[in-house]
Ligand binder design. Structure first.
Ligand SMILES: [Fe+2]
Length: 485
């Protein structure tokens, strides 16, 4: 094993007492390459591909109040092949990152400040903030693509070196939101973007060769804040939920979210459908950050995600002054999301919905090989009370209507898991859950593998990494066969 520090980027940060700039959220500035990582336990030979983790790293002293989603994207990858694993981490060299490196300071204010506080024109639906590309990472057309929740450019990376190659050429004016979806059965990428201008939302399809094949408006009654979308074999599902910017405050340039007295609405559109093909469905008011899957059964389209009981929480008690709202919206124990299903009857237009479980969980994954079709298993993250980190994993078995759970000791947090299928796997859960731990007591991180068939036994392999890795939001897995060589 050879640990090579390949680069340290210039940082000018002095703030250390912010709750999201310490402990599990200490930013990383060093870039490493490690070949042939030493593991505690054998690295499975039936694991071929890469786990990519996007993280949030504030590089310079923030302009005004800092929100953890303002941090610059650093990608960490662990690449598995024939019982060996390599590690690489690198910043995504976004336009904003490069300008701030050049200037040696922050040029853009973050999510919590007025858009006019930035020193340069910015990006995003809110406007005027930096496209840090630090929200999600997916793999499309053989290459990792990083995205930004406020709608940004989409940056393509070399799958092995993680060098930033270019902005994705298909991304329309108005950008791409955090969660484009790749249908592995066709290689298509489905996405939406949203903005403060009519029609407020657009939906698109990109083919496996990165050509934008379809792009249509989905007209909404006003600016909305959708975070994720879902798809089944034949349909895409876009949401219009009642948590969005207060219109009166917006006139004063303040982006404050409020829960409105409106139902949840869902636009169901055929994959290549036009606005006139959209079927709208209504459901109980809530906010949903993430959807796990959708599938068709008879006349019904079934959607699984996390229904928030309190999408507009009370202020966070004991937050530092000015951070009460931010900390409340980052505390899942206040939002109380629970695993939920919506059933849209495509014939009658009726919606029925039900809770699957009362546990507070979010950030779900399934075996992506069967996305768009009925799934048997959902893996979810168990959030930390009071803080935007994760303590454990649950696995729901939808046939047995049961779930299992694994919880880490108090000082260990983990990144969003991805499901990595075994190379010769047959069952839906023949695979591994891959994650990166963040041990705040030991100040260290490991890549951990769980046997997806039995998560309760804990990690089956622990691969120590050369440094403690900052928290972030999303991660993904790609099979070796789906990566450009
Ligand atoms: Fe997300």
């Amino acid at each position: 094993m050879e640990i090579k520090k390949t680069n340290t980027i210039k940082s000018s940060i002095k703030t250390h007492d912010h709750p999201y700039l310490k402990d599990a959220w200490i930013p990383n500035y060093d870039e490493y390459e490690v070949n042939d990582l030493k593991a505690l336990g054998d690295i499975p030979k039936d694991l071929e591909g890469a786990y990519y983790r996007n993280t949030e790293n504030q590089v310079h002293e923030p302009i005004g109040r800092f929100h953890p989603f303002d941090g610059d994207a650093m990608i960490h990858s662990i690449n598995f092949d024939n019982g060996k694993a390599n590690y690489v981490n690198k910043f995504v060299k976004t336009e904003g990152f490069l300008v701030e490196q050049e200037m040696g300071k922050s040029m853009w204010a973050g999510l919590m400040e007025r858009t006019g506080s930035s020193k340069l024109p910015g990006w995003g639906a809110q406007g005027g903030i930096k496209d840090s590309s630090s929200t999600d990472i997916i793999v499309h057309a053989g290459e990792p693509l990083t995205t930004f929740y406020q709608c940004g450019e989409g940056y393509q990376l070399n799958p092995y070196s993680l060098d930033t190659k270019q902005k994705a050429s298909w991304v329309p004016v108005g950008g791409v939101s955090a969660h484009p979806k790749v249908d592995l059965s066709t290689g298509e990428l489905l996405f939406f973007n949203y903005s403060k201008q009519s029609p407020y939302l657009n939906y698109g399809v990109v083919d496996k060769n990165q050509n934008l094949k379809h792009f249509v408006p989905i007209e909404l009654p006003g600016p909305r804040l959708p975070h994720d979308m879902a798809y089944s074999k034949n349909y895409s599902i876009i949401n219009d939920l009642p948590l969005f910017w207060d219109q009166e405050m917006l006139k004063k340039g303040i982006h404050a979210t409020r829960l409105h007295d409106l139902p949840s609405r869902f636009a169901v559109i055929p994959r290549y459908g036009n606005p006139e093909d959209i079927k709208w469905f209504e459901a109980d008011p809530t906010y949903v950050l993430h959807w796990n899957n959708a599938y068709e059964m008879g006349d019904e389209l079934i959607l699984e995600g996390y229904f928030q009981e309190h999408p507009w929480p009370e202020n966070y008690v004991d937050a530092p002054p000015g951070l009460e709202r931010m900390m409340a919206f980052l505390d899942f124990s206040l939002l109380k999301p629970r695993l939920h299903r919506w059933k849209f009857n495509l014939k009658t237009g009726a919606t029925t919905e039900e809770d699957i479980c009362n546990e507070t969980i979010e950030f779900g994954v399934i075996n992506q090989r069967i996305a768009g079709l009925e799934h048997k298993y959902t893996y979810s993250m168990v959030p930390t009370k009071g803080h935007f980190t994760f303590d454990g994993i649950t696995k729901h078995d939808h046939q047995k209507k049961s779930f299992t759970k694994y919880i880490f000791p108090e000082h260990i947090f983990i990144s969003e898991v991805s499901f990595a299928p075994k190379t010769n796997g047959i069952d839906e859960d023949d695979g591994y859950l891959v994650t990166i731990s963040n041990d705040v007591r030991e100040k260290s991180s490991s890549c951990l593998l769980f046997d997806a068939k039995n998560i309760e036994q804990g990690p089956v392999c622990d691969i120590p990494l050369p440094h403690q890795i900052c928290s972030g939001t999303h991660a993904t897995w790609a099979q070796k066969s789906d990566l450009k060589s």
